[in-house]
Structure formats: structure tokens, C-alpha cells
Ligand binder design. Structure first.
Ligand code: ATP
Ligand code: MG
Length: 577
């Protein structure tokens, strides 16, 4: 294509609203423009990248035996009520009432819709396994849309759903998706690690996440140094801490802490440290009240809490629930005396290991010192459990090995769902014996936009993006240094021949200074460029430069096309780009 015919509004300045390189560069290179918070228009070059990613995803999904369909983005709320996810998804779900008063959902994902389809269309084991997928727009009213297309309110997801007659068959579908995902990310040229993940709102029994390691990522990956264990922070299990060697156990002592509610404020006021405090957190699961205890310097892990509650939907209790339970204002809860008043008292291992700590007094403006786990509140009992409910922290171990932390961007996730959706939505089949069975399911998601942004996040320099060839808007850019004459003619010949050879070429035919063309070429991140100038041509040469190379090399103009074709083929093979 010709540069002069395309809308490529490049920008020199770094846009103020963009915090991270991929967001800045996608705007600067004219790939995207923001419409409103968390929504973006893809301009021609950005869309070309997405289309290339989607083509790779399609090829690999089809090769793995999955079938593409396209489901509506408008979904009836009733389907979500059947699985209870109308509640679980909370405010992230975009809802609207239609003119007939019916509630609808703008697809944040599509387990319900696909399961409903299969419940009507599949009835026999002979039709299984089946893996259906789509590539479509998804909508999530994210609490904090940010980082450009990485966390947006509208994005493109590839979502696939497998329906299986047995656990072995589910395992096969899952492994085949795992392999397809590896091929997809390899071909897209993004580095990735696969980590254990929590199945979260999805429910189910096993899950892995494909994460692109980058410091700007929102996800935290926890791993052992030898790499034998890697999980995201939601999932990462931590070993219990050794019981503190007993300090002299003084009796509990109430202290007046007027208006001092937060951990930091209490520590400053009482001259203690967060690790010596017990955070008493009150949650609701339906009508049940749950109290969770974590050490003052630790963070409660909502996923682990949900798992501890058998997958029930758990949320922070409303202030009036906390006040009714403790008899005090929010910020002054303590575990003493609460076990008998709540449905569950869940105590993190690290709290159980403390010899004593400071916590709320269940009395407004008061805390208590010397609260000893096991003495002042129970560590065992019918509704009491000591378990892992917090995020891994520096110094923790897993299986005795020290845990390290890294950041990354989640680009895909695969789940074994079991019968969570099929049972509720009636996706059943008759087995070989004619007996009715519920389908087992897996689901498999990829964020198309996130692949592009994370590729840029991983490879860029101060001049622009360095895009992997398989997802770059073009494979090669040809830059004539003059608009007419021999150089322009030769550039056009090379361009035409490259197109004829099946190379995706861009010709910068603008009437612009060479410096402008070079700067734009670097900004766009196209992997190869050929510069054709009068001076070089006199010696029969053109310049060939990879985006990653420091200097161009001279090649014979007559051999330029063959050389580019060869380089493109090399770069395109997985592992090279
Ligand atoms: P996150 O934890 O980042 O919110 P998720 O686990 O909720 O993501 P999934 O439901 O697993 O996301 O969706 C499948 C894929 O869709 C993700 O792996 C990710 O690549 C992509 N995705 C999810 N949310 C967004 C978003 N707000 N913007 C862009 N891509 C997204
Ligand atoms: Mg996910």
C-alpha cells in the first residue's frame, strides 16, 4: 500500500494521558485514537495488526479442530441468572433494559450463550467432543480502564468452549488448546510464561494463564528461582510460617486510640509495626457474615477466600453489617468474642503463627494489645479454620523454596470448567449406554488487543515500536529518497515485485524529507526497510535495514527483492521474530 493513501497520523510528542510505552507508541504511530475512557478506534495500521493476530488465532484454532461461530453481543439476562453470574460479575457487567422492559447484558464473555446453544444442539455422545469458538467484541465496565487497550472497556476476545463426554476427553481438549496457545503466542512473537491460575469467577477445577513478562504489567507472577513453580498472585500458595517463639504473654490490654482506624495510623500511634497487628476483615456471602484474619502487613487474597467458601460469591460487608457484628464503628473490629457470632472465622496461617498482636477492640476508638491467637480467639472449631488466605509476600516460600516476584500482562487463560455451566443450563447428552450425562466443559480465552500492546511493551526503543513481523502492519517499508527520477522508479519496481512475491509492503511515496520518512518508519516499527537513493543507485545499490539493526547494509538493487523475500521468510518462522 501507499503511505500517501493511508490515514497514518503520527505524533512526535508523547501523549500526556499515556503512562506506558505501548499506549504512548500506539497513539504516536497512529494505530489508535481514544474515543472515551477505555474505548479506542483502531486506525488502518492498528487494525492491520489486529487482523494479522486474528488470522493467526483462527488458523491455530481451526488446526486444533475448533469450529468458528459468531454469537450475539447482546445476551438475555435470564441466562446469567441461571448460573448466578449476574451477581458474580457485579458492576463490571454492562446491562441495559430494552424497550420491552427485558434486561440484557453486553457480553463480557460467553459461557452461558455457548452452553445454552449446545444444550439445544447436542444430545448424543456421538456429537462430542466439540470445541466452538468466536472472535468478537467483549464489554467490561472496568473499575479502572487504563494503559490504553490493555485494560479497556471494549475489546476483542477469542473465546472457545469445549464440551466433552469424559474427563479424559476434557483433558485432551485442554491440552490441545494449551499447545495451540503456545503456537499462537510463538507466531505472534510475544515472549510468555505459563503460570498456574485461579479459576476465579469462572469456577472449575484447573486453570493456566499465559502471561507476557513485563514490568509494566498489572499481573503479579510468583515463582521459585528454579522455575519449578509459577503461579499468578491470586493462586500462589504459600507455606505456613513457623510459630513465633513465645513472647511473654501478658493479658489483653485495651488502649484508647481515638479516630485512629488504619493500620498505618494505629502503628504510628502505638509505636508498633504492621507485622505485629491482626487485620480483622468482615465479609458477606449472601446473608452469612464471615470474618477473615490476616497479619497487618499482609493482603487478603479474595480468590483464596472465595475458594475457602466453596466458590461462593464473597464481598466486603456493608458498614452496617460490621457495626451490627462488632458494636463499633468500622476500623475497630477484633476477633475476640466473634467466633460464635459469625458463619465462618477464617484465620490465615501467619496470624495463627503469631504469639500475640494488636487488633481492634470491637469498641469505637479502642484497640487491644497482647491478643494471643488460640487464647483470646479460637484456632479450631466447627466454623473456624486456619488456612492460606493471603497474597504471597517477600520472604515467603512454596514447598520450602523461596518465592520471587515478577510482573506481567495476562494475554490468555485456559480453564477446566467441569459441569459448572452445563449442569445449570442443561447441556446434557446420552452416553453409549443411553444414560443421560452432563457435559464436561473447558473454556479458553485470548485478548487480541493485549497481544499487540504487550508485543510493543516488550520490544521498543526511544524511536518507536519494534514489531514482530507476523503482527506488524507491513513486513517491509520502501523509502525512495526522491519523488521522481531513477530512485523513485527503482523504488516502485522493488515495491511492485515485492507485492508480486507476496510480501506485505508499504511504499512511503510521500513528498516528505528523508528525515521525516525515517523517523516515521522507526515509529511504526515495521521490521524491514529498503531505502532507495540516487547516490546509491549510481553504484547499483540500495540500503536494507532491519528495524533492530544499528546500521543499514548495502545490497545490489537487482538482488534487493530476493534478499527481502528471504529475510521475510526467515523472520516469519516461529521463534525468529
Ligand atoms: P484480568 O484479570 O486482566 O481482568 P480476566 O482474567 O478477567 O482479565 P478473562 O475473563 O480470562 O480475563 O478474559 C480472557 C482474556 O481477555 C484475558 O486473558 C485478556 O487477555 C483479555 N481481557 C480481559 N479483560 C480485558 C480488558 N479489560 N481489556 C482488554 N483485554 C482484556
Ligand atoms: Mg483471566
Amino acid at each position: 500500500m501507499r503511505y500517501s493513501q493511508l490515514l497514518i497520523p503520527t505524533i512526535k510528542e508523547v501523549p500526556a494521558e499515556a503512562e506506558i510505552p505501548s499506549h504512548q507508541l500506539m497513539i504516536r504511530a497512529g494505530f489508535i485514537r481514544k474515543l472515551a475512557s477505555g474505548t479506542y478506534t483502531y486506525l488502518p495500521l492498528g487494525l492491520r495488526c489486529l487482523q494479522k493476530i486474528m488470522a493467526i488465532v483462527r488458523q491455530e484454532m481451526n488446526a486444533a479442530g475448533a469450529q468458528e461461530i459468531l454469537a450475539p453481543c447482546i445476551q438475555p439476562m435470564e441466562l446469567w441468572q441461571k448460573t448466578g453470574r449476574d451477581v458474580d460479575y457485579g458492576e463490571t457487567m454492562c446491562r441495559f433494559k430494552d424497550r420491552h422492559g427485558r434486561m440484557n447484558v453486553l457480553a463480557p464473555t460467553a459461557e452461558e450463550v455457548f452452553t445454552d446453544l449446545v444444550s439445544h444442539e447436542v444430545s448424543s455422545y456421538k456429537q462430542l467432543p466439540i470445541n466452538l469458538y468466536q472472535i468478537s467484541q467483549k464489554f467490561r465496565d472496568e473499575f479502572r480502564p487504563r494503559f490504553g487497550v490493555l485494560r479497556s472497556r471494549e475489546f476483542i476476545m477469542k473465546d472457545a468452549y469445549s464440551f466433552n463426554a469424559s474427563l479424559e476427553s476434557l483433558e485432551e481438549s485442554y491440552q490441545s488448546m494449551y499447545r495451540a496457545y503456545c503456537r499462537i503466542f510463538d507466531r505472534c512473537g510475544v515472549p510468555y510464561v505459563v503460570v498456574e491460575a485461579e479459576s476465579g469467577e469462572m469456577g472449575g477445577s484447573g486453570s493456566q494463564q499465559f502471561t507476557v513478562p513485563t514490568e509494566t504489567g498489572e499481573d503479579v507472577i510468583v515463582h521459585t528461582e528454579d522455575g519449578t513453580y509459577a503461579a499468578n498472585i491470586e493462586k500462589a500458595g504459600v507455606d505456613p510460617l513457623a510459630k513465633e517463639t513465645a513472647k511473654p504473654q501478658a493479658a489483653m490490654e485495651e488502649v484508647h486510640t481515638p479516630g485512629v482506624g488504619s493500620i498505618e495510623a494505629v502503628c504510628a500511634f502505638l509505636k508498633t509495626q504492621p507485622a505485629d497487628m491482626i487485620k480483622t476483615l468482615v465479609y458477606s456471602a449472601g446473608d452469612d457474615v464471615i470474618v477473615a484474619l490476616v497479619r497487618g502487613d499482609h493482603e487478603l487474597n479474595p480468590e483464596k477466600l472465595t475458594q475457602a467458601m466453596g466458590g461462593r460469591h464473597v464481598e466486603m460487608a456493608e458498614p452496617h453489617v460490621i457495626t451490627r457484628l462488632t458494636g463499633a464503628a468500622v476500623g475497630f473490629a477484633g476477633p475476640q468474642g466473634l467466633a460464635g457470632k459469625v458463619a465462618r472465622l477464617l484465620i490465615d496461617h501467619a496470624v495463627a503463627a503469631m504469639s500475640s498482636g494488636v487488633t481492634g477492640a470491637n469498641k469505637t476508638d479502642y484497640h487491644v494489645k497482647n491478643v494471643a491467637p488460640g487464647r483470646d480467639f479460637p484456632l479450631a472449631g466447627e466454623n473456624v479454620a486456619v488456612l492460606d488466605i493471603r497474597n504471597a509476600a517477600a520472604g515467603d516460600t512454596h514447598g520450602g523454596k523461596k518465592l520471587l516476584f515478577a510482573r506481567g500482562i495476562e494475554v490468555g487463560q485456559i480453564f477446566k470448567l467441569g459441569t459448572k455451566y452445563s449442569a445449570k443450563l442443561g447441556a446434557k447428552f446420552l452416553d453409549e449406554q443411553g444414560k443421560e450425562q452432563v457435559c464436561l466443559m473447558g473454556c479458553y480465552g485470548i485478548g487480541i488487543n493485549r497481544i499487540l500492546a504487550s508485543a510493543i511493551e516488550c520490544a521498543h526503543d526511544d524511536r518507536g515500536s519494534i514489531l514482530p513481523i507476523n503482527i506488524a502492519p507491513f513486513e517491509v517499508e520502501i523509502i525512495p529518497l526522491s519523488e521522481a527520477g531513477a530512485a523513485a522508479d527503482e523504488a516502485r519496481r522493488i515495491y511492485d515485485e515485492l507485492l508480486a512475491a507476496g510480501v506485505d509492503a508499504l511504499m512511503d511515496d510521500r513528498a516528505a524529507r528523508p528525515g521525516v520518512k525515517f523517523a516515521d518508519a522507526d515509529l511504526l516499527g515495521i521490521p524491514l526497510r529498503v531505502v532507495v537513493g540516487e547516490r546509491g543507485l549510481k553504484e547499483g545499490n540500495v540500503e536494507l535495514k532491519a528495524r533492530t539493526a544499528a546500521q543499514p547494509t548495502m545490497v545490489k538493487a537487482a538482488e534487493a527483492v530476493a534478499e527481502v523475500v528471504k529475510l521475510v521468510a526467515e523472520l516469519k518462522s516461529p521463534g525468529k521474530s
